[in-house]
Every structure is written in C-alpha cells, then in structure tokens.
Design a protein around this ligand. Structure first.
Ligand code: KE4
Length: 428
C-alpha cells in the first residue's frame, strides 16, 4: 500500500479552508472514496504525489495536457511570455494567431471569441443563440455536462420533459424551466420535443461524443438527425467540444463525423494547461457579439498572452505529422487491452474509445445512454480505480468521466498500464 500520510495531512489542512478541500468537486474522490492524492509535480505522462508516489496520469488535468506535463516547448513559451508580461488587457497578435488556428482546424468556425473556461464558453454561446433566434428555450442531453452556469445545472423535468428542474440549490426554477433535458442518442425524443415546442427552442447543446457520463459515442445517424431537426425548426445546433475538441480528431467531433454545428464551444486543449475557453461559428452569428454587435460578453483575462502562447504551442505540437494518429493507435490498444483483461478475469466490461479519450465500464453493455452508464457497476469501478492507483496508474476518480492520452504516453507506458490492469483485476 503506497504511503499517503502527506496527502492525508494535506487534505485535512485543505478542508479547513476550502469547501471539501478542493477547488473542483470531482478532485475530492467522493465517487471512489479514499484520500485524494495531492500532486507535487508532473512530467510527461507522469505525476508524483506529495508522498513521492509516481503515477501514469490519464486525467491530464481533465483533458488539457495532450502533450503531457511540463512539455519543454510549452514551458519555454510560458517562460518567454512571462518575461514580457502575463496580461495586458489589450489586444495582442498571439490571440489573433490562436483564433486563426482554431478557425483553420475546426470546420464550422469562421469567427471565435476567447474566454477563460468551458463554462464561460457555453454560457456565452447560449446567450448568443437566444439573441440570434430570439427564442427562450435551450435543450440539453441527460448526462451531458457543459459547465456550471445556472441554466445548465438542470435535470429532466417530470414525464416527457417540456421543462427542467434545478439540480443544484441556488438555481431558480424560473431559470431551470427554460432548459429542456432529453435522453442522448434518442432521436425520437428530440423529434417529439420539437413537435411540441420547436418554435421556442433557441438551441440544442450537446457533447457530440459524451465524455461526462464516461465516453459514450453518438449512435450512427444521431448527429446528422439533430442537424436536420434543428435546421428544420430554425434552432441552432451547438457542439460543446470543450472535451472532444482536438481530442477525438484534430478538427473535433464535427470533423470526425462530418456534421457541422452552428456554434462550437472549446476549452481545455487550447489552453495547454492554462485557463482558456472559446466559442465560435459562422460570421453571421458571431458578429452579434459585443463590441461588433449587441450581445454582451467580456473578460479581464480573456485571450491573455500567457495562456494563448501555451495553447498555440500545444496545438502546433499535436499537428506534427503522425503525432495525433500515434496517440489514437495507443488509445485503441489500451482500451481494447483493458476490456480484454477485465473479461478474461470474469468481469463484465465494456470499453468506449474515440480518438484519444476512452472509458472502461463494468457492465455487459451496450452503453448508449446515461441510463445505461448509470447501470454499470460503479462500486466495482471504485475498487478498480484504487487497485490501479496502487499499481501506479491514475485513472479518473469517477466512472462518469473520461480518461485521456497524451503524446507522452509511449508504447512502453501503455504496456505498463496493461500490466497494472492485469494486477488490478486479479485483486478485485
Ligand atoms: P470548465 O468550466 O471546467 O473549463 O469547462 C466546463 C465544461 C464544459 N463542457 C464540457 C464538455 C466539459 O467536460 C467541461 C468540464 N469538464 C470537467 C470534467 N468532466 C472538468 C473537471 C472539473 O469539473 O473539475
């Protein structure tokens, strides 16, 4: 059992001054139990905790670190920029360069606004969609997460949803009721909803590949169906690619599946580990954003040169010939290997891998909806998580999250992880 005394002491100290001892809930290990590891440093595919234990990291700050921890070229760019100043509150050419690169890589994006988080990106995109369509309602998918803006912290209303219910105290019913929640991968539910209230819907927002229920891909034809349905009813289609962007494909899920949304939200990878979010789309929609148009959105540190430089270097590194394809091949080998090993140990296991992100569910499958994902054995996942932690592998501390690869996860790292999996499943 690796030592955790310093993490435990750090956690006790943190809980005295931070809610739950953390600055984001999932980090507290509530879904898997045990002591959250306090991290001292990261390098490449590894992180070390304050007790000196080394782990192969598949959380990668929940996606951003697609070139691994402390990549020398990212560090150099940040250090260079820091010496020139960290933020000016004035335009810089670097943020134009990042916007141009995003527009070049993401098929549906012509114009983009940089913000500081995925939450800001989705919150702003939905305000813009309501302004562009002059309609009040937004539609989201059960089990999808788009950040913590009030109107997105909503659960399915009773019966066949025509209104949402707050899923957090502090969210007003009046706000939640303008959000409609429908099941993912159920085109009939979307069609039925549009039949009823389609003329009030400003936008449908979804994770084109779900990552926040574990990785769950769209069923064949689903994205195309939503594209046709929203277009037919004058609603916007918003792909929340904060997680899938530059991870399931260099152009995001919209490039992988060939379905172009009206607006796209981004984050994580484009900041290379520093705070950046973005939303973008066709010029006719984005030109409504202040100061060009009337839709207000602003941010003190939006597009700050430090984060933008880290993002630019990160995107250039994964665009290197062969880099992305190598990551995908390793993600495939890892996900398939983990499922095979779990099944050989007599465990129910289903694996989903799309591009450089994957999940292992302890369930027979198929898993196509949030209800399916919730039916998996989350207790077994928690035991597996800790067995892997003890074997030196840091997976997502929740079944309902994705695991991520980086360019630093070499074939040797994959071999190590599969060996750790074999050890772990035989200790469950
Ligand atoms: P942030 O505000 O956390 O930068 O982004 C919100 C967000 C928006 N859209 C999608 C698809 C997302 O996955 C996220 C954030 N992802 C979570 C992980 N599931 C971040 C981890 C956390 O909350 O600590």
């Amino acid at each position: 059992m690796p030592p955790t005394s310093r993490s435990r002491a750090a956690f006790d100290r943190a809980r005295r001054v931070l809610p739950g001892g953390v600055n984001s809930p999932v980090r507290a290990f509530k879904a898997v139990g045990g002591v959250p590891r306090f991290i001292a440093r990261g390098q490449g595919p590894h992180v070390w905790d304050v007790d000196g234990n080394r782990y192969v990291d598949y959380v990668l700050s929940w996606g951003p670190l697609i070139v691994g921890h402390a990549h020398p070229e990212v560090v150099r760019a940040i250090c260079e920029q820091a010496g020139l100043g960290t933020s000016y509150g004035a335009p810089t050419e670097a943020e134009t360069a990042l916007a141009e690169l995003i527009a070049d890589m993401v098929p549906s994006v012509e114009v983009v606004r940089l913000v500081n988080s995925g939450t800001e990106a989705t919150m702003s995109a939905l305000r813009l969609a309501r302004a562009f369509t002059n309609r009040p309602k937004i539609v989201k998918m059960e089990g999808h997460y788009h950040g913590h803006a009030d109107h997105l912290l909503v659960s399915a209303g009773s019966g066949v949803a025509t209104f949402g219910l707050p899923n957090s105290p502090g969210v007003l019913p009046a706000v939640a009721q303008e959000t409609i929640v429908i099941p993912f991968n159920d085109l009939e539910a979307a069609e039925a909803l549009f039949e009823r209230v389609g003329d009030q819907v400003a936008a449908v927002i979804l994770e084109p590949v779900a990552g926040n229920m574990g990785v769950v891909p769209p069923q064949p034809g689903y994205l195309e169906g939503l594209r046709e349905l929203t277009r037919a009813h004058g609603a916007l289609l918003i792909f929340d690619e904060v997680m899938t962007g530059f991870r399931v494909h260099l152009g995001g899920a919209q490039a992988l599946y060939g379905v172009e949304p009206d607006l796209t939200t981004l984050g994580k990878v484009i900041g290379g580990g520093l705070p950046v979010g973005a939303y973008g789309g066709r010029r006719e929609i984005m030109e409504l954003v202040a100061p060009e148009g009337p839709v207000y959105q602003a941010g003190t540190l939006s597009g700050n040169p430090l984060a933008v430089r880290a993002g630019l270097v990160t995107l250039e590194l994964i665009r290197q010939p062969g880099a992305f394809e190598a990551m995908v091949r390793r993600a495939e080998r890892l996900a398939q290997g983990m499922v095979r090993i779990a099944r050989e140990a007599g465990l129910p296991a289903t694996g989903h891998q799309v591009g450089t992100m994957f999940s292992l569910f302890f369930a027979e499958g198929p898993i196509t909806t949030y209800a399916d994902a919730k039916g998996s054995d989350t207790d077994l996942y928690a035991r597996f998580f800790h067995a892997m932690l003890e074997a030196g592998v840091y997976l997502a501390p929740s079944q309902f999250e994705a695991a991520f690869l980086s360019t630093a996860h070499t074939d040797e790292i994959i071999d190590f992880t599969l060996e750790a999996t074999a050890q772990a499943v035989n200790r469950l």
